[in-house]
Ligand binder design. Structure first.
Ligand SMILES: *Cc1c(COP(=O)(O)O)cnc(C)c1O
Length: 357
């Protein structure tokens, strides 16, 4: 730490993203919830040499084409949509400007939330998940803090049905609820369906997980036009050009290519069910997942040992050295072949019992 850093950031511990190893060819990478599939062929085709040459020009700060495609897909008006450089950017705006009374979120959820609180000086209130890792909306009754709900949650994969989201929204119409729907496309229901009924709702979605564009850094928020205007005010007070020209082209085509999107997510869901069933058969506890990953726990093996044993076999998953979840690893769902390899490796690890390796 230099002597120039503002004291208010002295305690800042950055978010640790999953490893992005260099020699990735030989590794089965199941640690950061990316898609195993390439972007939509229409998106790839749209990024022409001409489009690359246009990079000398600034991108459209209003993201007009992409915004229109999102608004059409969600059946909302364009002024109810704000786009951003990944949901991390949109969430940052929420923690920065939409948490006048602080932020409340579960103890086990997206690890970026506490980091954002630290970065932007928002007071954090951490609410433990229930024993079975589900959210009990009643735990949030009476809280004034802006509620952040990753739904489905990460790293558990568990979805709080919309009745639960409704309960959170109804508890206090003057309290904002931000629903982070990074994984909603893998079999869950979007709270965007409730936008007509609740003004205290902001839904954040991303192109990183279900739309094969993690590297493009693209996401969107939907909410009332007033809330979206606030988000845009922050965007235009920070970086009006946060979505680059190539990302905007790829994003618009991706949003319109519903056939490819549906095909990819159906395959992920199928592979997820195969993986969850296989791991349960091997004695793992796997909560029902509505995401592109499974959270697999085995108290005898332990999360760290399972993670290390898989790593020794060229399979990278995510282990969180954190209270309550040390028995677990989070496994991104890849291709069927990758998941078969994971299951075989797990059989081998379990078979070796106490002394792995
Ligand atoms: C991956 C993830 C994000 C971040 O996604 P980006 O759009 O790539 O920034 C946000 N929230 C949750 C819960 C995630 O898992």
């Amino acid at each position: 730490m230099s002597r120039f850093l503002d004291k208010k950031l002295a305690g800042l511990t950055p978010y640790v993203p999953g490893e992005q190893p260099k020699g990735i060819e030989d590794l089965i990478k199941l640690n950061t919830n990316e898609s195993p599939f390439p972007p939509s062929p229409k998106a790839v085709a749209a990024v022409t040499e001409e489009a690359v040459k246009d990079l000398r020009l600034y991108p459209d700060p209003e993201c007009t084409g992409l915004t229109a495609a999102i608004a059409e897909a969600l059946n909302v008006s364009a002024d109810q949509v704000a786009t951003g450089n990944g949901s991390d950017e949109l969430l940052a705006f929420c923690f920065h400007g939409l948490c006048p009374d602080g932020a409340a979120f579960p103890d086990i959820t997206y690890g970026f939330y506490p980091v954002f609180c630290e970065m932007f000086g928002a007071k954090s209130t951490v609410i433990p998940l229930k024993e079975d890792f589900t959210v009990d909306p009643k735990d949030y009754a009476g809280l004034k803090e802006t509620v952040f709900l990753a739904n489905p949650n990460a790293p558990t994969g568990i979805f709080l049905p919309l009745d639960g989201v409704r309960e959170l929204l109804s508890q206090d119409p003057d309290r904002l609820v931000v629903v982070d729907e990074a994984y909603v496309d893998f079999g869950a229901e979007s709270a965007a369906a409730l936008l007509g009924e609740y003004e205290n709702l902001l839904v954040v979605r991303t192109f990183s997980k279900s739309r094969q564009l993690a590297g493009a850094r693209l996401a969107f928020a939907v909410g009332s036009s007033e809330l979206i205007a606030d988000v845009k005010t922050m965007k235009f007070s920070f970086n009006p050009y946060s979505a680059n020209r190539i990302a905007l082209i790829a994003g618009e085509q991706t949003m319109r290519d519903t056939e490819y999107f549906d095909r990819c997510r159906a395959e992920i869901i199928e592979n997820r069910e195969y993986t969850a069933d296989s791991l349960r058969r091997l004695g793992f506890h796997v909560p029902e997942s509505k995401t592109n990953f499974v959270f697999a726990g085995n108290p005898e093996l332990g999360g760290r040992r399972y993670y290390e044993a898989l790593r020794d076999r060229g399979i990278l998953v995510r282990y969180f050295d954190k209270d309550r979840i040390r028995d677990y690893v989070r496994i991104t769902i890849g291709t069927k072949k990758q998941m078969e390899t994971l299951v075989r490796a797990t059989e081998e690890i379990i078979g070796m019992g106490g002394s792995i390796r």
